[in-house]
Design a protein. Structure first.
Length: 152
């Protein structure tokens, strides 16, 4: 997964924060208006959104003469994919995972335990309903997702 530049990240933050999952998306003008503190030209925002579409980060759909944009995946899915990509950088995946596990807070460790238990068909309560812990990780097409990595 491609890392995002500062402006790409700001645009994605607007999409993640403004566009609900059921929305038809937002126009370039709406994104530019949401980035009001940056004083960006309309064409700059349009170029950033076009590049994000090319990277598979956003989906777009024609509406008249304009495009409507929405995130291709949730912020959480993007972050999970970045973490998986970092594990692929080399060295020992196991050592990196152990180091990560030792660096999280107690609360974060509990969330990880519950998620791992849910993946194994068990939750903290012993039932197999892990819906409250499951936030589907949908990456761009053709990319390994967190769900697929769990199958490794």
């Amino acid at each position: 997964m491609t890392r995002l530049g500062d402006l790409e990240r700001a645009v994605m933050d607007v999409l993640w924060d403004v566009v609900p999952g059921t929305s038809d998306g937002v126009t370039v003008r709406e994104v530019a208006d949401a980035l009001d503190g940056r004083e960006l030209a309309y064409t700059t925002v349009m170029t950033v959104l076009d590049r994000l579409a090319g990277k598979g980060m956003v989906q777009r759909e024609r509406e008249g003469r304009a495009w409507r944009y929405r995130p291709a995946a949730s912020r959480e899915a993007h972050i999970a994919q970045l973490m998986l990509d970092a594990l692929d950088l080399g060295g020992s995946r196991d050592a990196a995972l152990v180091r990560f596990a030792r660096s999280v807070t107690g609360t974060e460790a509990e969330v990880l335990r519950a998620a791992l238990g849910s993946e194994a068909g068990l939750t903290a309560t012993g039932s197999s309903d892990g819906a409250e812990l499951t936030d589907r990780v949908d990456g761009p097409a053709g990319r390994r997702t967190a769900d697929e990595a769990a199958e490794r």
